[in-house]
Design a protein around this ligand. Structure first.
Ligand code: ADP
Ligand code: MN
Length: 342
């Protein structure tokens, strides 16, 4: 595997162009900032909060694997099975000591879409306040305006974008809100979510969960799974002193019915994370099919991503700005549960 073989991530739901993946689409390389890398490193190395039964914060994030600096050293071919060793060899100190002009610094993490055949992906940005201390005056004014005129202000979350298979609800969507992608997918752009209001924001969830390949039962199961996840995530956040500015909940579910038939009995609220350890199931071995390489049986997942403006803030208490948004989502999912009852 060579950095030159990395390709653009498919099924991106929102955000900047830039995330890359390896040829097997297991890893995600995100051009990143020091603050985001610091947050992931802190998350990976801190002592677990042990006085709670709640799900630890890191279980809601993609698995962090290290950083990769785009320079000559890294451009040499490297053995795929040893990718983690290589990645770990890029120590954080090499990040700070090297000049940024050597190339991009990539955050390396698990590609959450790995194992999915036809994923529907939704990015929901959390928070009323969308800027942190580092933002310029111009940026603060601009983002306050976005918040004031969208559900960020009223509900504490905003639909940022989607990458979904076309479904019948797309017919009601104005063409300015989406662009067709390949294989029957559409990319729902940021203007869609910006113009939704507290009274019609459930349309976005009808659109997202509107896949026509799945049965009503499947869709009902999904609503219940995500509803439960939101409640558990809320509990997780109650234990954390953190400020997450502009982070997103990423929702993923499978639209391929064959995978539903094979795996629907095995679903977990928090699917176990990809393991790259060669002794465990899910490791990379020669001659295996893509499905058995991944060993993945999950059909949906909710993760928290995008920590470019996030930091731990010991002593400052819980993150109300984000908790409000999660609470609004919990309420909406309560309504969706009734609506999707069969
Ligand atoms: P940005 O700073 O550009 O907003 P994000 O971290 O929010 O960057 O990522 C942008 C998009 O990339 C997300 O909306 C999501 O679709 C995709 N993405 C990010 N991280 C992952 C991941 N670990 N696995 C799969 N997709 C991801
Ligand atoms: Mn983002």
């Amino acid at each position: 595997m060579n950095i030159k073989d990395f390709k653009k991530l498919k099924r991106q739901a929102a955000g900047h162009e830039g995330p890359l993946t390896d040829p097997n689409e297991m890893l995600l390389f995100k051009p990143s900032t020091k603050q985001e890398i610091k947050f992931y490193e802190h998350l990976a190395t801190r002592h677990a909060i042990d006085n709670t039964d709640d799900i630890p914060l890191q279980d809601w994030t993609p698995t962090f694997l290290g950083i990769l600096q785009e320079n000559k050293e890294q451009n040499k071919d490297f053995d795929q099975e040893r990718v983690i060793e290589r990645l770990n060899a890029c120590s954080p100190t090499s990040l700070t000591s090297k000049s940024q002009t050597d190339g991009n610094v990539y955050l390396v993490m698990e590609n959450l879409l790995h194992g999915y055949v036809r994923p529907n992906v939704l990015d929901i940005k959390l928070g009323h306040v969308l800027w942190d201390d580092a933002a310029s005056e111009e940026k603060r004014i601009r983002l306050d305006e976005v918040s004031k005129t969208s559900t960020s202000g009223t509900l504490g979350f905003r639909i940022c974008g989607m990458n979904i298979l076309k479904n019948t609800n797309v017919q009601e969507l104005h063409s300015k809100y989406y662009e067709p992608e390949d294989d029957g997918y559409i990319f729902v752009n940021k203007y869609y979510g910006r113009e939704l209001t507290a009274s019609n924001v459930t349309d976005a969830f009808d659109l997202y969960f509107g896949d026509n390949n799945l049965s009503l039962q499947n869709r009902n199961d999904l609503i219940h799974m995500f509803s439960k996840r939101l409640q558990l995530f809320y509990n997780t956040l109650l234990n954390e002193e953190v400020r997450m500015i502009s982070s997103s909940l990423l929702f993923i579910y499978e639209c391929d019915t064959t995978r539903w038939i094979n795996f629907s009995q095995e679903q977990e609220l928090i699917p176990s994370h990809v393991s790259y350890d060669s002794d465990e199931e899910g490791s990379i071995k020669d001659g295996q099919s893509k499905e058995s390489i991944s060993g993945k049986t999950e059909l949906s997942r909710m993760s928290i991503i995008d920590f470019a403006h996030t930091k731990f803030t010991p002593g400052l208490g819980i993150d109300d700005n984000v908790l409000d948004g999660v609470e609004s989502l919990i309420d909406i999912f309560e309504r969706l549960k009734t609506k999707y009852t069969i």
